[in-house]
Design a protein around this ligand. Sequence first.
Ligand code: HEM
Length: 600
Amino acid sequence: MDVLTCAALSLGEVQLANGLSKTKSGTVQLASNAAILFLGQYLLLKFYRVFLFHRYFSPFRHLPGPKDNHFLFGQSINFIRSESPNDLYIKWMKQWPDAPIIRYLGVFNREVLVVNSLTSYKNLVQTNCYALAKPGWWRGVTRDIVGDGIIVMEGEEHRTHRKMLSGILSAPSVKKLEPVVWEKAREVGRLFDSAIAATPDGKTGVIPSSDTFSMFTLDIMGRITLGFDMNHLGSTAEAYQQGKSETSHSYSPSSSKEIQPTFHEAYMSLFGQSDFGNLLMFVNAYFPVRWLPFEANRIYVRGAKWINRTLLSIIRKRQEEVRRDTEAGKYEKQNSRDMLTFLVEETLPGGPAEGLKENHFLGHILQLMAGGVDTTASMISWSSYVMAKHHDIQDKLQAEILDFLSRVPEPTYPDIDTLPYLNGFVKEVLRLYCPGKTILPPFWFDVLPRYLALLHQPPWAKSCHLLILSETATTIHRQALQAIVLDGLPVPQGTEIDAAFAMPMRNPLIWGDDAEQVRPERWLHLTAAQKSPYAFPCFNNGPRMCIGKNLAYLEMKVVLVEIVRQYRFVGVVTEPKITSPSLLLHGHGLEVSVERIGNA
Ligand code: HEM
């Protein structure tokens, strides 16, 4: 835009000067004058934007916000140095707990607003939801990986498709998925038993928490989106029994085998890329680089093609079966149908999704899987961490669950959903370790500096990983498509706005002085402010609120009941590593020790 403005201005000036002058210049002279003017004006404009605007002219210059800025990169270096992706946002929230909006500067001192009051957050995600959009770079990268589904849609298109998909994960639909979740939760128990039996004392097993619960959610999502069992939990339990330290599903990004990948391998080639693979992914959002002969490209393309081909053939086959049987009058809707079958039924003539294009079909299925695997897994993994660290909390949870099961030995989800301490525990873990949805940082402003930092390895880059696309994130980014108002503050078109979930969820003005502590009891007596959905935005709110929220609660509560009724987390064997700098909050590498109840 600046280029166009300066070009138009310099051409106009040259024409005007030439018109007023008595001696007319030739074309070459005019062009070189225009080029000099363009360069001068462009540099001046950039100088104004980078160094003067935010300080002297911006309407936001009086807003509270950090002042320890790098002269060119604003807070970016501080983001890179911070230990957790939440740190800076929480620091600012604590410094200005009652400021509705905080301003910080990014690379080249671009201004970013951060919502910090319940009203400004509501105005961002509810009141003005469709007056804002996810930034273009974000949609480009996401579309490259998980296709053309709901996550990358905006405005009217999003509204229509969201309505189409709403039935898939509504409370009644999720109820039908319950048996699969119980079955898989019991498999987690069998995996724990195998891990315990494989130890020398046969008493205390060590569980790689994040991997185990990723398998749990991936197996569930395979069953409920596509209707087939990937059986990662079962094969891992077998691996324990055979004394293998490496599980059969583990994925090596450098693997060059030509055999067909398993679903997990293909999934990991998209979602578990190497640092270089992640870098290529971002560059590809701007310039096509997938054709370059790098191993990372080869792995990515192979995985993506396999997933697309396999899913498309499953989708087409299911469509064909349902259509054929419907036309023959033989088709009956199944109670336990998976999401794919549900969507195929919706696309039948007269159905709410009639005419759904194949690329959208594929994108929705892929995004439901992607959205549902690591978010929930991460939460269950953090739950095991909390129990392993706080035995008093684990004891109370266990007492409630065992007491309940003594009265209701075969509970259903609606039964366990009434348990107050379990509910408080799950919400408290979500409040303090909220994962959110995958959000990717802008390549030029965030990823590239991190990548360069990694290459040069300055001291602060020791803990700096380039795990960009991962499962869980803590911040959402939006850009105003038109002028809006946030808690009384007029915000012009084009403004970038962040919402960091941890800010309202750890704000002492809302949650009290013990906001940083895990205290499931607090959920038994909430204040009016704590009851606001905007005080607990872990699944976001408004029209873009998480579509899988009901399923996520079902999975978390069912697996906790299954585990806590039989096992006890004894301690943390390996502390989780939080990837930072990053917008993600995933406890990589967490290992907990676990015993059967009665063996403690
Ligand atoms: C603890 C678990 C989960 C958390 C914390 C979570 C969080 C979120 C958040 C914060 C958003 C909004 C992102 C934004 O506005 O930019 C979101 C959207 C979404 N989530 Fe989840 N999620 C979880 C589980 C799931 C599950 C189990 C599924 C699928 C079965 C799922 C599928 C989706 C989809 C498809 C969207 C996009 C919705 C839209 O744009 O309309 N999520 N999630």
